[in-house]
Write a protein that binds this ligand. Structure first.
Ligand code: NAI
Length: 278
């Protein structure tokens, strides 16, 4: 019960990582206020998750709605202790020489400005509480090319820098700010990005499960609970000396090439040395 008596605000909690986090923070004793654009799912969660769960419709691309979510959480529960800025989607997939300015603006509003506004409008409430913790969802896409669309990846890299600067500015108020960089996690995001239907979405996640052993050293798919555990750690008192940084939760996806962890793949020395000198 690490969060008994605490109010935790989570965005994008109708599905995937956010949903897993809602459930974990509730199990740990928190009152959870969840904001999401998916009103039907949020309302259904209100009837299934009990009195410690509140939902408010919130489109994180709209500053006024982000502010309204934070104000609602504070009014309804007496204050805010933790904010998990997590909502997101894959966004436009066009190449750098094809993407439109409007699509670029949308991706930045959804994935970067939304986090900035989440921090902006949570901070006054966290200050009133005498401190708190903010966790932002970034991605492995922040580090390398090839894991996601260009605007998405650029925005996620921005989330890491925003996390650092915000942590520096807010430390004086005892507010910690950190980010999580998930690897491939079985959620709806891939299906939503390619516009798949429900059957195709199941197929995508089953495929991700089977492919996991060839994708990263930890031979199982990442699940929302893996990221929820990281969010709970960063939000908890156990991380009291941790701020302005990120936690990579990717099953080792970024440790190196497949040759570095899979003995069946020829290593770099095999690739660059003549056979008799290996
Ligand atoms: P998901 O599709 O399962 O959940 C995303 C949630 O965000 C949904 O509930 C959706 O309704 C909500 N949402 C989308 N646009 C919104 C908006 N404008 N306003 C409010 N809510 C909105 O996807 P997932 O995977 O759980 O994504 C959560 C976060 O994790 C995102 O920021 C995503 O970029 C990030 N992430 C996911 C990875 C993965 O492999 N699943 C990897 C790295 C990062």
């Amino acid at each position: 019960m690490r969060f008994a008596g605490k109010t935790v605000v989570i965005t994008g909690g109708s599905s995937g990582i956010g949903r897993g986090s809602v459930e974990l923070f509730l199990r740990e004793g928190a009152t959870v206020v969840m904001g999401d654009i998916d009103e039907a799912q949020g309302t259904a969660m209100m009837s299934s998750l009990g009195d410690s769960f509140l939902f408010k419709k919130c489109d994180v691309t709209q500053e006024s709605e982000v502010k309204a979510l934070m104000d609602f959480a504070a009014e309804q529960t007496g204050g805010i202790d933790v904010v998990f800025n997590n909502a997101g989607a894959g966004g436009p997939r066009d190449a750098i020489d094809e993407i439109s300015g409007d699509d670029w603006d949308f991706a930045m509003a959804l994935l970067l400005k939304s986090v900035a506004m989440g921090i902006r409008h949570a901070a006054p409430h966290l200050k009133k509480r005498g401190g708190g913790a903010i966790v932002n969802t970034a991605s492995v896409c922040a580090f390398q090319a090839g894991y996601g669309p260009i605007a998405y990846s650029t925005a996620k890299a921005g989330v890491l820098h925003l996390t650092k600067i915000a942590a520096a500015e807010l430390a004086q108020y005892k507010i910690r700010v950190n980010a999580i960089c998930p690897g491939f996690i079985q959620t709806n995001i891939f299906a939503a990005t390619v516009g798949a239907n429900e059957d195709e979405a199941r197929e995508i996640n089953a495929f991700l499960g089977q492919a996991a052993a060839g994708v990263q050293p930890v031979a199982r798919p990442g699940v929302p609970g893996d990221i929820a555990e990281a969010a709970a750690y960063l939000a908890s008192d156990a991380a009291g000396f941790v701020t302005g940084t990120h936690l990579l939760v990717d099953g080792g996806l970024l440790v190196g090439t497949q040759a570095s962890w899979n003995p069946e793949i020829p290593g770099m020395l095999d690739a660059i040395l003549p056979e008799h000198l290996r």
